[in-house]
Design a protein around this ligand. Sequence first.
Ligand code: NAD
Length: 424
Amino acid sequence: MIKEAKQQGLYDRVIAQVDMASELMSLNDTVRKILSKPFNEITVNFPVKLDSGKVEMFTGYRVQHNNWLGPYKGGLRYHPMVNMDEVRALAAWMTFKTSVAGLPLGGAKGGIQIDPSKYSNAEMERITRRFTYALGQNIGPEYDIPAPDVNTNAQIMAWMTDTYLSTLPPQERQKSLHVFTGKPLSMGGIPGRDRATGLGVVIAIEQWAKEKGMDLSGSTYTLQGFGNVGYWTAYFMKEKGARLIAIQDASGSYYNSKGINIDALIAYIKQNKGLISGYADAVQITSQEFFSTVADVFIPAALENQITETTAPLLNVKLVAEGANGPTSSEGDRILGHRGIDVIPDIYCNSGGVIVSYFEWLQNKQGDLWDMDSVVLRLRQRMQIAWAQIREKMAERKCDMRLATYITALGRLERAYLERGLFP
Ligand code: NAD
């Protein structure tokens, strides 16, 4: 990854994005003021016994940004870079994401500052359970519902759900299953949650391509990140006939003009600690070469601040589809705009995950069982409705898609607030 000299704080970026949209739509001042601060910020420090018998202290976070539209909702991330500023920004983006998607949910985010590769599976289970216990009643099925994010998955959600339920009286347990989403199927998970974000990214790209009169079959793309979002995006892009010609993850960058074989790559990383380094059927390239690769679409699906004043000038694509949250810095965004590169913004592009999490939440609340076809159909419908609303705002306000997406999100929050009013 190419490093940036100076970086804008992530939460400052959120505020800058909200400010720009607020000016354009003349957002109510009180609404703007309230949305500029998260409602609750929780930091927990908790001890865990390691395999060696030593005890280590860990720091975890949960930020609950806003719940005007419904219970707080958002993922939990395990990463060494997790900090309050990042979690705060990610929580605010969740508020806008659930709003754009038209869900009855608010926004939250959390995580632990940890490098999971340094701990055994048994240690990860104890850390996860102790974190859940430390969060206590700050989360809850009708109050704040976490889900997977970077370095967390269905197994982590299973441990968390089991721990949370164990703290409740026996009669309360079954009816509280919807306290987490992204669970394994055996614990009330929903078919398709694993692939939901990647599928949503491809649904977004399809709509863009349709408007441009472009056929995705035979198109090329580059991808950063080959975890949950990256892999499933590649899986569905392959179904559309698109060719992955360059890929980057935390371990390096690789290029193959004929197209990287997704099935072979996923089989390879399963034997290689989840990393693409050393993959033989592609040439290793530098990060600079990766960002400069000529392709139709670039899909960042890793971390924040990847498209910056350094990398945005290198991009040689027609579209950036933001699978990751916050991959483009303010300066990067400005450069993409000047260069005429379209952007499908994160708070719409990767909303497939939270949309299907909402379906899982409903399924558990109703004691229902959804099938894959219904999940895919309803996900597609929701993303198409939101797309149409955003495009309408773009035409109305003559602005780019990011601003139009914020205007759509803020408009719904403003209506909710003004009708509800302020207590007391
Ligand atoms: P993941 O942990 O499954 O995968 C992360 C990937 O990013 C890995 O391939 C990793 O090697 C790569 N990566 C990490 N550091 C990198 C670096 N410095 N340079 C290049 N690549 C790097 O995570 P995920 O769940 O796929 O999430 C990826 C992004 O998508 C995050 O921004 C997350 O917030 C966002 N997102 C995830 C979901 C979801 O449902 N999982 C939903 C919406 C948004």
